[in-house]
Design a protein around this ligand. Structure first.
Ligand code: PMP
Length: 439
């Protein structure tokens, strides 16, 4: 959808050429012809050729309150003019104000934060701290999970394509079955299954560890895995198993925090479980790099030796995060994510009725997914059709995400401050794109 006179195809092609020449090819690019992003405002993003898109992926669930939100950019600009960087060697007002705010809204007794720059670092720090606190090494994670791009994070990840070659995997991490109801790893059906997949966490501990563990780490809703949403009983069951074997329960809320799932600040609150550690990143600062590892004081106090993150929670990041959280609070966006999310879900289910390609609709709040299958009975994944849909939606002016181990899940995660009219427009564009597929 061209709405801008600022077109520059040549510059765009130059960026694509240089990207190929100077960046690692392993860094994933969406679309046959890469989309060269130029600017954003609210729920819209423009490419360098002047095409405008309705952004229903938000830089991977990161643009929580719309591109370049004035309150966030205002806070950043004011802070940059005052003090840009100190490192964590000197306390400053911005970092303690953020830490206090985060402590107030996280569940239970979570109080002490370690700030870094990414979800990868947040998960890595959580695992390291759990190992120090418990004096044990072994960690249980879930199949189909995703934890990031470092050695430990890739090892926690339960999706082969994201784990890298055998040479980049660290030891001491074991993977249990995940609560993938649409493709139950045990071939059962909810609720008759009795949520048997949760018991596999116990099986994994008993069969592959020394019997007591340092921690369990799981995403409340598996994000990259395709918004795999556990049944209501699941997390309480896993939590009690983890406690039975003396581990810390780490909730990876990199994708599911800050109101994304509707009503609650953190996804895990829907399951009424109080984690020992929460990790987050992405949507916390609306696009400014940030990582958070928050825990109870006695756990944080068990850290051995010294640690530092030069950029972690720097003043600019801290004010951006606090401003983002304040906007979510002041504008009641957790409620909006719930209400508009429910409306969106209903419309997506309408599309499912129309297109047999849509095998499953799942998610919570403004974190909704469509799993595409060639045949609803066999559930054979439809990755080529998913790629085609990505191309069609891009052509039609809508940005969406892709995920799932089989590359067949459409991920939808617009800013939390969209309205029903934006949902209507996204549904119209999705509908048009589905209708245009060559099946
Ligand atoms: N955990 C989860 C659940 C994630 O989705 C991601 C990123 N997709 C990470 C950790 C790693 O975050 P980052 O890319 O910021 O390092």
């Amino acid at each position: 959808m061209k709405t801008d006179t600022h077109t520059d195809v040549r510059r765009s092609e130059e960026v694509i050429r240089k990207h190929k020449e100077y960046l690692w090819p392993a860094v994933v690019n969406y679309y046959q012809k890469p989309l060269v992003a130029d600017r954003g405002a609210g729920q819209h993003l423009w490419d360098l050729e002047g095409n405008r898109y309705l952004d229903f992926f938000g830089g991977i669930l990161t643009v929580s309150i719309g591109h370049c939100h004035p309150k966030v950019t205002g806070a950043i600009k004011a802070q940059v003019d005052k003090l840009q960087h100190t490192s964590t060697l000197y306390p400053n007002e911005a970092i303690v104000a953020l830490a206090e705010k985060v402590a107030q809204i996280t569940p239970g007794k979570l109080q002490k934060s370690f700030f870094t720059n990414s979800g990868t670092e947040a998960d890595e720090a959580a695992v390291m701290l759990a190992r120090m606190y418990t004096g044990r090494f072994e960690v249980v994670a879930l199949r189909h999970g995703y934890s990031g791009h470092s050695l430990v994070a890739k090892s926690l990840t339960g999706q082969a394509p994201w784990r890298g070659g055998a040479g980049v995997v660290s030891v001491g991490i074991t993977h249990a079955l995940n609560p993938y109801c649409y493709r139950c790893p045990l071939g059962k059906t909810y609720p008759d299954c009795g949520v048997a997949c949760a018991n596999d966490v116990e099986d994994a501990i008993r069969t592959t560890t020394r019997g007591r563990i340092a921690a369990f780490l799981g995403e409340t809703i598996q994000g990259v895995g395709g918004f795999i949403t556990p049944p209501p009983e699941y997390w309480k069951m896993v939590f009690s198993i983890v406690k039975k074997y003396d581990g810390l329960f780490i909730a990876d809320e990199v994708q599911t925090a800050w109101g994304r799932t509707g009503k609650k600040w953190f996804g895990i609150e829907h399951w009424e479980v109080e984690p020992d550690i929460i990790t987050s990143a992405k949507g916390m600062a609306n696009g400014v790099p940030v990582g958070l590892t928050i825990t109870r004081p006695e756990i944080a106090d068990a850290f051995q030796g010294m640690t530092i993150s030069t950029f972690g929670g720097n003043p600019v990041t801290a004010v951006a995060a606090r401003a983002s959280i304040e906007v979510i609070e002041e504008e009641n966006l957790r409620e909006n994510a719930h209400t508009v999310g429910a409306y969106f879900r209903q419309k997506l289910e309408g599309l499912q009725e129309k297109y047999p390609l849509i095998g499953d609709v799942r998610g919570m709040g403004l974190m909704q997914a469509l799993e595409l299958v060639k045949d609803r009975h066999t559930k054979e994944p439809a990755p080529q059709e998913t790629v085609q849909l990505m191309e069609r939606t891009r052509e039609n002016g809508l940005l969406i995400g892709k995920g799932g181990l089989y590359g067949n899940v459409i991920r939808l995660s617009p800013p939390l401050n969209i309205g029903k009219a934006d949902v209507d427009e996204a549904i119209r564009l999705l509908d048009k794109s589905f209708a245009e597929l060559k099946l």
